[in-house]
Design a protein around this ligand. Structure first.
Ligand code: NZQ
Ligand code: ZN
Length: 391
């Protein structure tokens, strides 16, 4: 196990009706003038926004609103939000929605108190300071409610890139599983896939003797297998939604990723798909992961075989562990198909002739140096081969 520091100070408030505590929590973390930031309208239609505003009124907080965050959030609205916060003297940002609203809120929070262009943070500058951010989560997926990360797409060039830093870790996150019962099944499935990807990206490690985190990841994957499927089959089942929601948060606070190297090549490869085709991040990952896993399999067959046995219930073939490893990848892929995820990029508009552009943006776009590093270092040619496997 490698040395690490784990500091994950988000206050999580979990359970039914907890959105009513938003005002009190903002006060607790020093907010007085709030920007409420949300997406394309689901929180308006469900009545959640009104309940959150009532909670802020009760705490005598003043607030303004900025809606309209798109899935795969864009830089244009971030610039608008930064101007608004500066003009209005905002001192707290409350994101109400999914990963996209939360990531956009984090970008605005970092950009408002920064002298330069907020995009600097998406080119590698760590975010040390930002306005405080709180969240009311409506979809179990990205894990942004507990992470110090934000992913934004820059409209010039359509580069989808991430920023990281303690400055943008949410001060609090309200997790009410009831709020996720209004999700369309496809969106629930995208969330399940993303959560499982966050687990696999940590599982694929080059560190040795990491039994505790291996076992934590396997436990969360097993939970997703059971409760993820249950939330698809019984969308109104509170307990299934609750288990998925906490697993989604646990998957990305990094509690199960400490002391080990991690992968993240599936995420990098996927981000070019959601940037170019505007597909849901989870749907892109469903196609990407099996291709990447098969491509890098030989780097450490036993790692994949271990997951196959412990998570997917495959029998270990000691004479041919590669066979077991492949069975595990196939079982994962079948699970994703069963919950309604695509198997090929053509299902969301991907075409073979786009591969050179995908590879160019992935390997050389916006400061990249020609390779993607993770579990295995992937060259331009490797990335092109992986995209071809997704056709
Ligand atoms: O925009 P609205 O109208 O709210 O609708 C959203 C959106 O269309 C809808 N939705 C959300 N909650 C709902 C609901 N519809 C009905 N009922 C509800 N309760 O679902 C759609 C997707 O929402 P979005 O916020 O985009 O989903 P998600 O949480 O999957 O976020 C995806 C974004 O997060 C990034 C992804 O790349 C993508 O841009 N990621 C962020 C990470 C992070 N910050 O740590 C890590 C992840 O790996 C990921 O890259
Ligand atoms: Zn993700």
């Amino acid at each position: 196990m490698e040395n690490f520091t784990f500091y994950s100070p988000t206050k999580f408030v979990f359970g039914k009706g907890t959105e009513k505590e938003a005002g009190k929590l903002i006060r607790e973390f020093g907010g007085s003038k709030v920007l409420i930031h949300y997406g394309g309208g689901s929180v308006v239609r469900s009545g959640l926004l009104d309940r959150v505003k009532a909670s802020l009124d009760e705490a005598s907080l003043s607030y303004i609103e900025l809606g309209g965050v798109k899935p795969n959030p864009r830089s244009g609205l971030v610039y608008e939000g930064i101007d608004l916060c500066r003009r209005e003297g905002i001192d707290f940002i409350l994101a109400v929605g999914g990963g996209s609203s939360i990531d956009s809120a984090k970008a605005i929070a970092a950009g408002t108190i920064y002298d330069g262009d907020f995009w600097d943070f998406y080119q590698g500058k760590p975010v040390t300071k930002a306005l405080p951010v709180g969240t009311v989560l409506t979809i179990s997926a990205a894990g942004s409610e507990g992470s110090g990360d934000s992913v934004i797409t820059k409209e010039e060039g359509m580069y989808k890139r991430g920023a990281s830093g303690e400055g943008i870790r949410p001060k609090f996150s309200i997790l009410n599983p009831e709020l996720t019962t209004t999700l369309p099944p496809y969106q629930t499935a995208c969330g399940i896939t993303d959560i499982m990807a966050h687990l696999y990206e940590r599982y694929l490690t080059n560190s040795t003797d990491v039994e505790v985190t291996d076992r934590l990841i396997e436990a969360l994957l097993l939970t997703m297998k059971k409760e993820g499927m249950r939330s698809i089959k019984e969308p109104l089942n509170y307990e299934a939604r609750a288990n998925v929601m906490w697993a989604g948060t646990m998957a990305h606070t990094n509690s199960c990723g400490v002391g080990r190297s991690q992968d993240w090549s599936s995420h990098c490869i996927e981000h070019e798909l959601s940037a170019l085709y505007d597909c849901a991040h989870g749907a892109g990952l469903a196609v990407t992961m099996p291709a990447v896993f098969k491509y890098v399999l030989k780097h450490n067959v036993m790692r994949f075989a271990q997951a196959a046995v412990r998570v997917w219930g495959c029998e270990m073939n000691f004479e041919d562990p590669e066979k077991t490893a492949l069975e595990g990848i196939e079982a994962f892929r079948n699970f994703l198909t069963e919950i309604g995820m695509p198997k090929t990029i053509s299902e969301f508009g991907g075409k073979e002739e786009d591969i050179p552009e995908l590879v160019k943006n992935l390997c050389y776009g916006d400061g990249r140096d020609g390779t993607i590093s993770g579990f295995v270092t992937l060259s331009e040619e490797d990335c092109a081969n992986i995209y071809k496997m997704m056709l």
